[in-house]
Design a protein around this ligand. Sequence first.
Ligand code: TRP
Length: 452
Amino acid sequence: MTVTKKSIHGEWSSRFAFVLAATGSAVGLGNIWKFPYITGEHGGGAFVFVYLLCVLLIGIPIMIAETMLGRRGRQSPINTMQTLAEEAGAGVNWHYLGWMGVIAGFLILSYYSVIAGWASAYVFKSLTGSFSADAMQVKALFDDFIASPLQLIFWHTLFMGATMFVVARGVQGGLEKAVRFLMPSLFVLLILMVGYAMSSGAYQQGLSFLFNPDFSKIDAASVLTAMGHAFFTLSLGMGAIMVYGSYLPKEVSISKTVFIIAGADTAVALLAGIAIFPIVFANNLEPSAGPGLIFQTLPIAFGSMGGGLIFGTLFFVLLVFAALSSSISLIEPAVAWLVENRGLSREQSCVWAGLVTWLLGLVTVFSFNIGADVKIFGHTMFNLLDYLTANLMLPIGGFFVAVFAGWIMQQRHSEDELQMHPPAAYKLWRFLVCYISPAAVFLVFLNVVGVL
Ligand code: TRP
């Protein structure tokens, strides 16, 4: 099979379009919802430090690798891996990497959509003035909300519908337009929130929680979660960036682009943390409150600031859009594959993929209410889904992306795709992707199973 020059699904109109789409994929609930709550659960600074280290040493090199594989393969991750393995004269099993990615995408989107549904519901809670309340009432508002399966299903359905609608419109029609204005607005609003946090009275305490590492607070499980989150937040390890890379024009510099995306993603996560933890401490809340953390803290801020009704509504609207631009990348690999291999139209593929994800999402819906007591290994179904995908499947996927890019693909092919200047930059990337990133993933796993 020859490597085709353009993807049959279309191409980004410019490098900027790719930056927007990939940043849209990276920046989402992972930054604003997940990062603060897992940081709270794992004790703060030391966890943040390990996460940043993972972004630098594992995330960025693998992101460059994954984008590069996509652009060279120019198809869905499953077929890209098959084509590239043939090109490299490697074994026939590499397309399983694409398969694992497609499955991980379904699993992640199934719970991602439920949480995005929470954010959608909060748009209306803000509009109707529910945030003018004290910390206790804001917590009760959240607890009552997630106790209702019907409400969660309603918002989950709405969000999945919106996602599939955007994906059905295709690369240029849907994906690009969705992010163009929303990303910058979200950034501005976060800065405003940080401004509010400064006046909350516990700004210093919040900052020191985030940036003063106390390594006695973390263990092997925390390190795994931090590494898993580096993959999750950069959308790595399941083919999302690979499929976006496959729509990338040939002349664009992959490495520069990746730095911009990873930088923006990290900035948003840190801003979210800086905005949220001062509110946590100023109101004597628990940093380890779990998945409800932002829903129990930010409304307090909106409730008491001037213009809070407008800002609160706007914030949750933007959060929903940030989630939307991420969720489309979770399902795009599956949709691209259905179009390529099953002869379905884009629309038909979206209906099927959407239905499957919607059904799976019910597992998460129920794990917050009527199924909250169903526990496997002491974890709720939602926790298990999150662990399986973010902590296991993504790092395993990323590990093999690194191994493929570093050891299987011919060096002249990766050199040709990446065109890095100066040559030392290419050498550094190659060293990281051949040795450091895979070894780090492996060591973290060994550490968790107790071998180290
Ligand atoms: N990165 C997104 C976030 O932080 C979530 C996401 C989108 C993702 N696409 C992905 C995670 C692919 C893993 C793999 O919210």
